[in-house]
Design a protein. Structure first.
Length: 75
């Protein structure tokens, strides 16, 4: 079941719901069926220094350098 963001046209509440396809949800606050489905923002994948370092160490261990930029390969 996908999670959708909704905005209620009656009470102006914003909320998320798990919705089965084909079902019509009701507002979590007032019970209204006048809901507007909102566009959700997609979260960018995390690129923490620890994740990058781990991926590079694994690549080096496996003998390929695909996780390194051209500038870093010149070092």
């Amino acid at each position: 079941m996908p999670i959708f963001n909704y905005h209620c046209a009656d009470c102006h509440a914003d909320f998320e719901l798990l919705v089965l396809s084909g079902s019509t949800p009701a507002c979590a606050q007032c019970g209204s069926l006048r809901l507007e489905k909102q566009v959700s923002r997609v979260a960018a994948p995390g690129r923490s220094a620890k994740v990058v370092a781990s991926a590079r160490a694994q690549a080096k261990k496996e003998g390929h350098l695909s996780n390194f930029s051209a500038a870093e390969l010149k070092r």
